[in-house]
Ligand binder design. Sequence first.
Ligand SMILES: CC(C)(COP(=O)(O)OP(=O)(O)OC[C@H]1O[C@@H](n2cnc3c(N)ncnc32)[C@H](O)[C@@H]1OP(=O)(O)O)[C@@H](O)C(=O)NCCC(=O)NCCS
Length: 167
Amino acid sequence: MSAAERFRVRDAVADDAVPVSELRARVAAEGRWIGMEAPVDVEGLIRNFHDVLADDSAHAVVAVDDADTVVGSAGMFTVLPGVIAFGMNVAADSRRQGAGGLLLRSVLAWSRDRGAHKVILEVWPHNEAAIGLYTAHGFVREGVRRGHYRRRNGELWDVVEMGLLLQ
Ligand SMILES: CC(C)(COP(=O)(O)OP(=O)(O)OC[C@H]1O[C@@H](n2cnc3c(N)ncnc32)[C@H](O)[C@@H]1OP(=O)(O)O)[C@@H](O)C(=O)NCCC(=O)NCCS
């Protein structure tokens, strides 16, 4: 079964606030992939999700299965005129089945539709799955910020900056 048969990506709606926030909390609890760390303020994430839906300069999409259960999400934000930053998550048991690729295509389509000239992101250097996905879609490494983020255990982690020029 292809990714497009297994999942579809649609614009997020208010009812997605809880499943998307709970998904982000679960991925944060994995401890290795995203900036957010457990314990997560899920209520705060839910409030923030509604703010994103109401913000013309931001956008959120979800990947859902045939029962409309959320298996992944992506959030996009305008950080500079024409420059969109994004973050994405796929549930652990739905990875490597194409949902991430569908979400990323949707991020790029939204960015192009807005006339953006560039899409950017930050990723941990050890996150081979995410770097593999972004590279497959044309993103390049723009640099490494050394010891940029302090983790709750006190460690300082490097972060890789990646970008894709849309023109
Ligand atoms: C990164 C992530 C979003 C990828 O989503 P996914 O649904 O598993 O990705 P897909 O199945 O669409 O994979 C698309 C491509 O990405 C790359 N990729 C995905 N997982 C990979 C892995 N474990 N190792 C190497 N490359 C990988 C491959 O190029 C893959 O294409 P292929 O399957 O034809 O080889 C997902 O692993 C995830 O949510 N991880 C935890 C959260 C996270 O890291 N978010 C991003 C933070 S920057």
